[in-house]
Design a binder for this molecule. Structure first.
Ligand SMILES: [Fe+2]
Length: 435
């Protein structure tokens, strides 16, 4: 290889994985990783604190709290609570930045070297949780080279830190249960988002505090909810899926269809907030143990160049992901059923088309733009979009999710998908199915 590439960019592996993802290989390698305990419900923070108090020995009561700057108040709340209830000390690290630049992670590692925490608690959205995972990784294994960290890998983490804990403040990423961390490798020129994949990055405890997601404004609620929907639907269509992941993804879709519109319209609807928090966690177990779908590779390559919310990006490419892969799999059928599409007596292309229409209806209902041309903050002209086409195609083709696609994906197909999603018209999307 002439350049320093990540393992999943290796062209030989791309060919191997498309075969390994077939039904014949299903069940060969599929450990199912989740937190040891997930604390849910309105008493979750109290339950978790009691657990910490019971299992941390004297001399171990030091917690590093990794938190988004804007959400420092939640970090302070947790710090006060564990101190007053169980005498546990903590230090706040609030340098978390969007896209998790590696230099921020290394700052956190320096804090760890000085403070020697026994527990790391991440409070926030995906960036805070991924920053905490990467701090744990580099603190314990400073020798690690992200480009050669091949999943599945075992690194023997938890020699210095006993537990990694995640408390989400958005309902979408599922990072509170996944063993993946996205980091922007600032050592690479130009900097590129890279995924570190290692089972031991899965948090030991997830603490779902409904109050922490109650103040999300409608756009963020919609964007993160679309992210969760994309996780569930995008990974469900992958033939790498297992019965365990199916169970999670299908349940999550059911919850999202019911509770996301309510969460967007009435932020104070705590039942809807709590169910969405749970749905994001449940599909986190589902997609996290399989892979994100190709809408993720396409969406975050687009997002990296145009700076649009991750959930909106992956939502925009979700229809295309389903249309493209449904040519070679029947896994769209249970999805169609959840969306109320009746399959009896219909050709498979009719079912796919009706599913895409229903999915776009749902996107409209929750206020998600239906196409790139509909985005208005920022507005993206066709000229601007096409000007970055080569770069988007290159990023998406070299994304981790290209490896797990159910249908082989080459650069010309990636380009075709990008062309179509600018307007995202149903008939054009169906061309992806037929081609
Ligand atoms: Fe996502």
């Amino acid at each position: 290889m002439s350049r320093d590439i990540a393992w999943y960019e290796d062209p030989n592996l791309k060919n191997l994985f498309i075969k390994a993802a077939s039904n014949a290989m299903r069940g060969w390698h599929c450990p199912f990783t989740t937190p040891k305990t997930t604390f849910t419900g309105t008493n979750s923070l109290v339950d978790f604190t009691n657990h910490l108090g019971a299992f941390l020995k004297e001399g171990e009561k030091r917690v590093l709290i990794v938190v988004d700057k804007d959400l420092r108040k939640y970090g302070e709340k947790v710090a006060d609570f564990i101190k007053t209830q169980k005498g546990i000390d903590s230090k706040l690290f609030n340098n978390v930045l969007p896209d998790v630049p590696k230099f921020t992670v290394l700052e956190g590692v320096e804090v760890c070297k000085e403070y020697n925490p026994k527990v790391i608690i991440a409070i926030g959205g995906g960036s805070a949780m991924d920053t905490a995972k990467m701090i744990l990784l580099y603190y314990e294994r400073p020798d690690i080279n992200l480009n050669t960290m091949v999943a599945p890998s075992y690194l023997g983490l938890r020699q210095k830190v006993k537990w990694l804990v995640a408390m989400p403040t958005t309902s979408g990423t599922g990072a509170e249960t996944t063993f993946i961390a996205v980091v922007t490798d600032t050592d690479r020129e130009p900097p590129k988002k890279t995924e570190a994949v290692c089972y031991e990055l899965c948090p030991d405890f997830a603490v779902l505090v409904p109050e922490f997601v109650a103040s999300m404004p409608p756009y963020l609620t919609m964007g993160t909810g679309m992210d969760a929907l994309a996780h569930a639907m995008g990974s469900y269509v992958l033939t790498m899926s297992t019965e365990l992941s199916d169970m999670c993804n299908l349940k999550a879709i059911e919850l999202i269809l019911k509770y996301l519109p309510r969460s967007v319209k009435r932020g104070k609807d705590m039942e809807a907030r709590e169910k969405m928090q749970l749905a994001a966690f449940i599909t986190g177990m589902g997609f996290g143990n399989v892979s994100g779908g190709i809408e993720h590779g396409l969406g975050h390559s687009f997002g990296a160049l145009f700076h649009i919310h991750h959930g909106v990006c992956v939502g925009l490419y979700l229809c295309a992901s389903i249309a493209y892969q449904s040519k070679v799999t029947d896994r769209f059928k249970p999805l169609a059923k959840l969306f109320g599409v009746k399959s009896e007596g219909k050709q498979r292309d009719e079912i796919v088309k009706e599913l895409l229409i229903k999915l776009q209806d749902f996107m409209k209902l929750v206020g998600c733009p239906l196409s790139i041309s509909e985005l208005d903050d920022p507005k993206i002209s066709l000229e601007d979009y096409n000007a970055k086409m080569d770069q988007m195609v290159d990023y998406a083709f070299n994304d981790y999710t290209t490896l797990s696609s159910t249908r082989k994906l080459d650069p010309p197909q990636v380009r075709k998908i990008y062309d179509i999603v600018y307007e995202n018209k149903i008939d054009d999307l169906m061309e992806l199915y037929y081609m």
